[in-house]
Design a protein around this ligand. Structure first.
Ligand code: S3P
Length: 168
């Protein structure tokens, strides 16, 4: 059994939707950010502050490489910054892009303090969003627009896609 990877911008709901989908499909749920924090013994903002984004990206690749199969995997928003990461995901599973509009993301992350790339580069947010959107679209097997949908609705839509994909 392969993995199901959820990709998308910060605040697109990857973790909440991943947990809900895990319950629906009876799959284990794994979050790459939590795996990094466990493996390297530090919180994400502290990794960014001490070692920088480049090192964080190598940690993401290490975690992806060592994941077991048969999981719902919620990924960090920047996982698609590395071609190697995209290849690993494409080869080992189905990739689902949770597409959320920029305005909705900005609303959800208004008072968020835990995401260095969102908090530290206010004037570059939109540019980052546009660039990433292209990468997510390139990498995805299936795209779901999440605006105005509940966590459960998105999880059910993914379940429906996965079942029809299996039989289609
Ligand atoms: C990042 C997104 C974060 C986390 C880190 C970097 C990014 O995860 O991996 O702060 O580059 O977009 P979420 O997408 O879960 O917020």
């Amino acid at each position: 059994m392969k993995n199901i990877y959820l990709i998308g911008f910060m605040g697109s709901g990857k973790s909440s939707i991943g947990k809900s989908l895990g319950l629906l499909l009876d799959y284990r749920f794994v979050d790459t950010d939590s795996e990094i924090e466990k493996k390297y013994g530090q919180m994400i903002p502290s990794i960014f502050e001490k070692y920088g984004e480049k090192t964080f990206r190598t940690y993401e690749t290490e975690v992806l490489k060592t994941l077991e199969l048969g999981n719902i995997v919620s990924t960090g928003g920047g996982i698609v910054e590395s071609a190697e990461n995209m290849n690993i995901m494409k080869k080992s599973g189905t990739v689902i892009y949770l597409q959320t509009t920029f305005d909705e993301i900005a609303k959800r992350l208004e008072s968020d303090q835990s995401r260095p790339l969102w908090n530290k580069n206010p004037h570059k947010k939109k540019e980052l969003y546009r660039r990433r959107n292209k990468l997510y679209l390139n990498c995805a097997d299936y795209i779901i627009v999440t605006d105005e949908k509940s966590i459960e609705e998105v999880a059910k839509e993914i379940e429906y896609f996965l079942k029809s994909d299996l039989h289609g």
